[in-house]
Design a protein around this ligand. Structure first.
Ligand code: RM4
Ligand code: MN
Length: 388
């Protein structure tokens, strides 16, 4: 059995990044239900993210989305985050919400639009320089709706050209994470629809480019842990956008729809010894809390990742390898299931107590009075929301 101190040390060192947009109002294409106390500024999003870190101890950075988190002075935003005990993490580019991008951004047939999109990506790298962020995350809504609408190969060429230009702009130590998604908003072709396409572009670019696996971006039934294992093997797993889904890109809390899948994914990470921060795999959340309260939902999500990670760390690797070598199908599966079926909540409670935290971050936050305070204080102004 793995040594409990080693397991706890791995969990203590684990880092989970929060998305600024999870704290703002979000909804579906049908309705956004506003919530009281929602941040009105990027700074207020940072304050809320800092609460999640204060109660969990493992979420010390917050990803920003540009222009949703546009400020005049990004270095000052970074300093503000630091004062609140967190830092600015991944910079997410947004080239999908401008009228010019109706037919795409970096794959658009018009060079003027492509230039504009590349300009935005360059601006995001400037922001990384100011905040000290390591990663630029790129997700493109680019694609087509109708056969014949545009040339599939020409669009790949335009994509490669744009990515190469931005890649050249990266400083040593900065990375480009290329995220894929099967479909939506495009319904016929998507220009980066899968991990193969993303990996091909990353390989062409160089070592500073890696794939981002958003767990909600696959067809139903896809074996995500297989993709994760393959990318780890190739040294090109840049990070995760964790969330869960029942149907498509549902953006629900990670571990809510399929905790077993999350465990299987984390087993591959642990097996590759890639949980350590030095392994440079970013564990990010990318979620929208449309009907549930946002800060508690982020706390619950962090706890869900920790629980799946703890179970993966508890797998008896030696017993598993021995059973695999012996061709003991049921024995090997049993080793995995024993770990999965362990109740790790007491272990995580102990760990939090050792870290000087409340063993129950969820309850502790609810009791803290923060939610009531922001609901009372954040009146006036415009609540941040998906799209602003
Ligand atoms: C996309 C993708 C990106 C996120 C946006 C908001 O579906 O998952 O990571 O930045 O949504
Ligand atoms: Mn994502």
């Amino acid at each position: 059995m793995p040594d409990l101190t080693t397991v706890k040390n791995a969990l203590r060192a684990h880092r989970i990044e929060l998305p600024s947009w999870a704290f703002g109002n979000t909804g579906t294409r049908f309705k956004v239900f506003p919530q009281p106390g929602v941040p009105r500024t990027p700074q207020e999003k940072v304050e809320d993210a800092a609460q999640v870190h204060a109660f969990t101890g493992v979420a010390p950075s917050v990803a920003v989305h540009i222009p949703w988190d546009k400020v005049d002075d990004y270095a000052a935003l970074g300093a503000f985050a630091k004062e609140h005990g967190v830092s600015i993490g991944t910079v997410n580019a947004n080239v999908f919400q401008d009228n010019d991008y109706k037919l795409g951004s970096v794959c658009h047939p018009d060079p003027r639009i492509r230039r504009k999109a590349i300009g935005h990506l360059m601006e995001c790298v400037d922001i990384m320089d100011a905040t000290g962020s390591q990663d630029l995350k790129l997700w493109f809504a680019d694609g087509t709706n109708y056969p014949g609408q545009d040339d599939i190969t020409a669009r790949q060429d335009r994509l490669a050209e744009a990515l190469a230009e931005v890649y050249q702009r990266l400083a040593p130590g900065q990375r480009m994470l290329l995220e894929y998604k099967l479909f939506e908003p495009s319904f016929y072709t998507t220009d980066v629809p899968d991990w193969g396409t993303s990996l091909l572009h990353c390989l062409a670019l160089g070592d500073q480019a890696a794939v981002c696996v958003d767990t909600g971006h696959h067809a139903p039934g896809v074996n995500i842990e297989f993709i994760v294992a393959s990318l780890l093997r190739a040294g090109r797993l840049g990070g995760f956008d964790f969330n869960s889904r029942f149907y498509a890109d549902d953006d629900l809390m990670v571990g809510a729809a399929d905790p077993f899948q999350l465990f299987r994914i984390l087993h591959e990470v642990v097996r590759a010894d890639a949980l350590r921060p030095e392994a440079n795999v970013a564990f990010m959340l990318d979620q929208c809390h449309n009907i549930e309260p946002k800060i508690p939902a982020e706390i619950r999500s962090v706890m869900n990742v920790q629980e799946a990670t703890a179970k993966a760390l508890l797998i008896d690797a030696e017993a598993l390898a021995a059973a695999q070598r012996a061709g003991d199908v049921l024995g090997a599966n049993g080793v995995l299931m024993d770990a999965y079926n362990t109740d790790v909540r007491p272990l995580l409670g102990d760990l939090r107590a050792e870290m000087g935290l409340d063993p129950d971050p969820f309850g502790a936050y609810l009791r803290s009075g923060y939610q009531e305070r922001i609901a009372a204080e954040r009146v006036g102004g415009t609540a941040a929301s998906w799209g602003t």
